[in-house]
Design a protein around this ligand. Structure first.
Ligand code: FNR
Length: 370
């Protein structure tokens, strides 16, 4: 097998290795998958304005997130059911994030429990929360995450119902019977029944609370002292409301284009959210980040950091823990190189002036007539 030299290459390897049902679940987006393509395409509408002749012999990518020091602004988004990709699943992901010094977000629907992931050793971890109809389940789970040393709750707010992912419908997607949603095993909510469509969509319809609203963000603060990141914000309006309701941070996310199709790419929605946040809370981004240049563009538009989703499951499928390590290393190296070639030595030196976007000025990207 030829050497893997970028993050995207893991997708084809995963496709070869995984059962079709699993690969399709990881890869697909909602409906026409317009937003799925757009999450990538939009990055190519942003070009660099690099500064030259700056001593870039030392580059510092370190930053702090909610007070936690990490070595780079590249973190791991929650992706469900990682043991379908590799037998070590979330254990491998947790181990792969410790030594590069970054943050892993564990999905509510992980195939390893909060306690199991904590047992892999020290590391800064966030817990992604889906709110179940049964609030006792939620309260118990949040308490367990807290006790297991998780440092923040990423509250997913874009999934009152599951998006229409047609591959999952065709495949009658379900969690394979030898796996369980480990966090819910003891609560009899750990398995997924076969359905006439997507088994996951049916599970969500049965268990997830569609009435979820801003008052529940307040409620969550009464049951935990952990900071809450609101994951799935795409507008200025919701940014303001999230901050009013006590959010400690915002994650600009369209759920990897798996929920509402024809929402904008996250990189195009980012600046609106950053402006509305007015520096009061950090704004993060996930969706389509595959290159160090993408990371730089997000930071130039005001993100405090980014998260990656699919690259983790694809590299897990290909090479387990070593694959996830390599993905983080490649993104780190590319980001460092982008900083050097743009004349930025630390994250604070990355500014809006280091990029130009297609939406800045109508003709900005058209070659001048000479
Ligand atoms: C996800 N995502 C997700 N989000 C969440 O809040 N809880 C979850 O359990 C999952 N599960 C999940 C599974 C898979 C296979 C994918 C691809 C995505 C969304 C995820 O956190 C993130 O928003 C996107 O994956 C980011 O986009 P990229 O990096 O995959 O393009």
């Amino acid at each position: 097998m030829a050497e893997v030299t970028n993050v995207t290459e893991y997708q084809a390897i995963a496709k070869e290795k995984l059962p079709k049902m699993v690969y399709d679940y990881y890869a697909s987006g909602a409906e026409d998958q317009w937003t799925l393509a757009e999450n990538r395409n939009a990055f190519s509408r942003i070009l660099f304005r690099p500064r030259i002749l700056i001593d870039v012999s030392k580059i510092d990518m370190a930053t702090t997130v909610l007070g936690f020091k990490i070595s780079m602004p590249i973190m791991i988004a929650p992706t469900a059911m990682q043991k379908m990709a590799h037998p070590e699943g979330e254990y491998a992901t947790a181990r792969a994030t410790t030594s590069p010094g970054t943050i892993m977000t564990l999905s509510s629907w992980a195939t390893s429990s909060v306690e199991e992931v904590a047992s892999t050793g020290p590391g800064i971890r966030f817990f992604q929360l889906y709110v179940y109809k049964d609030r006792n389940v939620v309260a118990q789970l949040v308490r367990r995450a807290e006790r297991a040393g998780f440092k923040a709750i990423a509250l997913t707010v874009d999934t009152p119902r599951l998006g229409r992912r047609e591959a999952d419908i065709k495949n009658r997607f379900v969690l394979p019977p030898f796996l369980t949603l480990k966090n819910f095993e003891g609560l009899d909510l750990g398995s997924m029944d076969k359905a006439e469509d997507s088994g996951l969509a049916s599970y969500v319809a049965g268990q997830i609370d569609r009435t979820l609203s801003w008052k529940d963000v307040k409620w969550l603060q009464t049951i935990t002292s952990l900071p809450i990141l609101v994951k799935g914000v795409l507008t200025a309006e919701d940014t303001r409301i999230a901050i009013q309701n006590g959010a400690s941070g915002i994650i600009v996310s369209n759920h990897g284009a798996r929920q509402l199709d024809y929402v904008p790419s996250t990189i195009m929605a980012l600046e609106e959210v950053v402006k509305a946040a007015q520096g009061r809370v950090p704004v993060f981004l996930d969706g389509g980040v595959r290159r160090g240049t993408d990371v730089f563009k997000a930071l130039a538009l005001g993100a405090a950091g980014i998260f990656i989703g699919r690259p983790v499951v694809f590299s897990l499928a290909a090479e387990g823990e070593a694959g996830v390590r390599k993905v983080l290393q490649m993104l780190r190296d590319e980001f460092e190189l982008t900083m050097a070639l743009s004349g930025c030595r630390s994250l604070s030196e990355i500014t809006r002036n280091h990029i130009v976007t297609e939406w800045d000025a109508p003709k900005a990207l058209i070659a001048p007539r000479l």
